[in-house]
Design a protein around this ligand. Structure first.
Ligand code: ADP
Length: 304
């Protein structure tokens, strides 16, 4: 099995002492469309910064298509395109010139670069703006220019840090279809996001990072089936000594009179009431608790 990205035991401690990555390990298969999902401050940008060699790691290893970034950074980087969150071009240069200059960094001759740049700018809807100074572009178009820059040397692995943050919905959808298309043509893509919806639309596999640790590494399908669950908190008319068991429902006694139930969308809450009734348990009142569900979900993942 060939991996596009292999991360082993990666740690990052910033100068101030913040332990941003506590030793994460991840494998992304060649051809995959992988999401690294996590709340703000989880360690996503640090991970991407290290892969793109913009951030120095504290320890651990990173391989891009079997090439260790410590051993042969030039070869590793030639296979990698990174779209970071920060603007990485001169705002006073023209769109076309920025991408041509980037091609030059990778040793692509101007005569070869010209048609490639034209194709790329057309594909990203930037061709009409090719002679505009970059600073005049809207946020969404600046992001596209960064994608054009990251792709001009045809990397086998493209990594995007929150590609659609602050981008309006129409541009976001266009960007999604563009990314899907290049993935179908063979480019492995990894993106970070804190929108579950974005990951759901695009990605086959997903890693969830929280406080510098990977708490889940699974297929999108598996994750969604687990999220297909609603949480309910039920106040019972009499306290219970121990948790009841009802087949098909995950029950947890929060305190003797409060029962938490994780109910799959294909099951009805009425059938749970029926089963509890048979056990002599009566529910006084009930409320829906989505945050609890999130906690349970993270707990479930940690137990794995
Ligand atoms: P994310 O991209 O998931 O929001 P980051 O990787 O940016 O997470 O941040 C992870 C942790 O590292 C956070 O606590 C953040 O404050 C800290 N951090 C990020 N960059 C730096 C830095 N340059 N110096 C010190 N701490 C940093």
């Amino acid at each position: 099995m060939s991996f596009a990205l292999e991360i082993k035991n990666l740690k990052k401690v910033y100068a101030g002492g913040t332990e941003a990555l506590k030793g994460i390990s991840l494998n992304v298969k060649e051809g995959d469309f992988y999401a690294l999902l996590g709340p703000n401050g989880a360690g996503k940008s640090s991970t991407i910064g290290i892969i793109g060699t913009l951030v120095t790691k504290t320890s651990g290893s990173v391989k891009i298509f079997d090439v260790d970034i410590d051993e042969n950074v030039a070869i590793a980087k030639s296979m990698l395109g990174v779209v970071s969150q920060e603007i990485n071009f001169s705002q006073f240069e023209k769109v076309h010139d920025i991408v041509i200059t980037q091609a030059g960094f990778y040793g692509i001759k101007k005569s070869i670069a010209e048609p490639k740049v034209e194709e790329m700018l057309k594909r990203l809807g930037l061709w009409d703006k090719r002679n505009d100074q970059a600073r005049t572009l809207s946020g969404g178009y600046k992001r596209r220019l960064m994608i054009a820059k990251a792709l001009i040397h045809e990397p086998k692995l493209l990594i995007l840090d929150e590609p659609t943050a602050g981008v309006d919905i129409e541009l976001r959808r266009e960007m999604w279809s563009f990314l899907k298309e290049i993935n179908e043509k063979g480019t492995t893509i990894i993106l970070t996001t804190h929108y579950l919806e974005e990951a759901e639309q695009l990605c086959r596999n997903i890693g969830i990072i929280d406080y510098g640790e990977i708490v889940a590494d699974t297929s999108m399908k598996d994750l969604l089936s687990r999220l297909d669950v609603q949480g309910f908190i039920m106040d019972l008319d009499k306290p219970l000594e121990k948790e009841p068991t009802v087949e098909g429902f995950e029950l947890k006694l929060e305190d003797p009179s409060t029962l938490f139930a994780a109910v799959n969308k294909d099951k009805s809450i009425n059938s749970l009431f029926g089963e509890l009734n048979k056990l002599g348990i009566k529910v006084k009142s009930m409320r829906n608790e989505s945050n609890r569900l999130e906690e349970l979900f993270i707990e479930m993942i940690k137990k794995k």
